[in-house]
Design a protein around this ligand. Structure first.
Ligand code: GAP
Length: 516
């Protein structure tokens, strides 16, 4: 039996980041030039994990649904698209600078962090009371009767309301007043010497065409969704799609995030996996509930445990939505948004109709009428999912003999390398036999061959990159065509016939078992 080392969230996160770099998962972008803020490169194992996550999503969404098809729209799109979608006018964050440290912050994040600290104090009081009163503790009652907790909660609510009103009225001076009234200081300089708050558009722009021809400003897409909306009729007509149907897409998106931190959680260049589901007007809430449940089930199929996920229903809805929620995941730095499910009404298609002057309607043969469909969207960040997988999989263990191992318990279907074939020694024909096995397995799985160092060291190397199966070829193999199969998670070893290897490796990767 091994014991798992308990790490604080901060320690765990730090260790994951250095492990990801040390083992070829993620490198800071342009590292030899001191990096580029909030941009990362995926290394040799990272790219495999990312590809496998993308594929697992694609199979679950496209292959498993007769009425969902995929597309791959270009990153560059006609600039009017971003006017129609509302991004040119409203895809903003309120920013503020500290004049002393010259650091830039999101004004809303400064206020949210302040409120979060108050709520943490309330949570601590509640936790103390729970410990004191045990099973008889009634949390709801305590929140409405304990003077200190009530004070914390009402203060938090009051700040939230004041901030919401300020933002709804686009009153940026009031946002600054809130920061000043709360006496929020810059974490770097420790001063309250703030600039005015101003809106900052998150889209990156560039020029298309040479200046001589008259270049026009175009944007790097901040979401993949619009590529789906503008192709709605192309796909519907050529695919003879009948409502309800969906269009899925994975691809890069770009946002000039002001506060880009927490590793790959919030990046300036990232990848989204989105699906727009087109439904009859009036049916959208039914489908919203369906996708809310279906998407959580998909996340749960990865096996990280129910307690790692929770819904966060949006009370404040974007102008285009009539229902929205996040699936939040417990990252090492707490529960944060992993995926968004949005009922986007007919806002996008209607707006594109207006701006393009082209009809974007569906003729419903059952109703014998044309209408603009309503849309339910599922949108998950591939890099964020990557971080969720990595942070759930990372484990530091002390083994029975006192030695340490770092293991990535990545679900086999996502693991970059599925199996490593290891000859016990470099002689007596064992490497040749091992290569023979590898040559056969590589048609089905991404496998590795490793003959360097003692077998224990090679097992540790495979644990650290998350390889679920190690296949050791020894002298007995030459006699009876069996090998030792060593399982990453349990470290149990058993003797297996070579002919059985492919089946055993495939067992835990069956889509039927995982998704049905
Ligand atoms: N089309 C809807 C849309 O883009 P969103 O909530 O802005 O909605 C969807 O983004 C998902 O994209 C988020 O849940 C998150 O997983 C991911 N995402 C958004 N911004 C990101 C960033 N800067 N870095 C990494 N992932 C991001």
């Amino acid at each position: 039996m091994s014991t798992i080392k308990t790490l604080s969230g901060e320690e765990l996160f730090k260790n994951i980041i250095s492990h990801a770099k040390e083992y070829g998962y993620i490198f800071p972008s342009s590292e030899i030039y001191d990096g580029l803020s909030a941009v990362y490169d995926y290394g040799q194992y990272g790219v495999e994990l990312k590809k496998n996550i993308r594929e697992y999503w694609w199979k679950a969404m496209v292959q498993m649904h007769e009425n969902i098809v995929g597309i791959d729209a270009a990153i560059f799109m006609h600039p009017t698209i971003w006017k129609a979608s509302g991004h040119v006018d409203a895809f903003n964050d309120p920013l503020i600078d500290n004049k002393d440290s010259k650091k830039r912050y999101r004004a809303d994040v400064l206020i949210e962090d302040y409120v979060a600290k108050i709520l943490t104090k309330a949570d601590k009081e509640i936790a103390k009371a729970r410990e004191k009163f045990g099973d008889s503790f009634d949390e709801q009652k305590y929140k409405t009767t304990n003077a200190r907790v009530m004070e914390y909660l009402s203060k938090a609510e009051e700040i939230n309301q004041r901030f919401k009103t300020a933002m709804d009225n686009n009153n940026l001076a009031e946002v600054k007043n809130i920061i000043e009234d709360l006496e929020i200081v810059c974490p770097i300089s420790g001063t309250k010497n703030w600039t005015e708050v101003r809106q900052f558009n998150l889209m990156f722009s560039t020029e298309m065409g040479s200046t001589a021809e008259g270049a026009s400003t175009i944007y790097l897409r901040p979401e993949t969704a619009q590529g789906i909306f503008v192709n709605f009729l192309n796909v519907q007509k050529t695919g003879r799609m009948k409502i309800p149907f969906g269009i899925a897409q994975t691809g890069k998106a770009f946002r000039n995030e002001i506060v880009a931190r927490q590793f790959i959680f919030r990046m300036r260049e990232f990848e989204q996996m989105e699906m727009q589901f087109f439904v009859r007007p009036g049916d959208e809430i039914k489908w919203y509930n369906y996708w809310k449940e279906a998407r959580l089930k998909w996340h749960l199929s990865l096996g990280f445990g129910n307690n790692k996920y929770r819904y966060h229903d949006h009370l404040k809805l974007a102008h285009y939505a009539n229902a929205a929620c996040d699936i939040e995941f417990e990252f090492p730095f707490g529960f944060k948004e992993l995926e968004g499910i949005h009922s986007r009404t007919d806002f996008d298609l209607k707006s594109h109709e207006q701006y393009s002057g082209k009809k974007l309607q569906y003729f419903d043969p059952e109703l014998n009428q044309s209408y603009i469909p309503y849309v339910v969207e599922t949108s998950v960040g591939l890099d964020r999912l990557f971080l969720a997988v990595l942070s759930s999989a990372y484990q530091e263990e002390t083994l029975e003999d006192g030695s340490q191992r770092v293991v990535l318990n990545i679900p086999p279907i996502l693991a970059p390398v599925k199996a490593a074939v290891l000859p016990l020694t470099k002689k007596d024909g064992l490497p040749e036999k091992a290569r023979e096995i590898l040559e056969e397995l590589k048609f089905g799985y991404n496998c590795q061959y490793d003959e360097k160092d003692a077998i224990g060291k090679r097992y540790r190397r495979q644990d650290a990159i998350g390889t679920p199966y190690c296949i050791t070829v020894d002298h007995q193999t030459l006699e009876d065509n069996t090998v030792t199969m060593r399982y990453r998670d349990t470290m149990v070893q058993e003797r297996i016939a070579i002919t059985k290897l492919s089946e055993i490796i495939g067992e835990k990767m069956s889509l039927k078992t995982l998704l049905s």
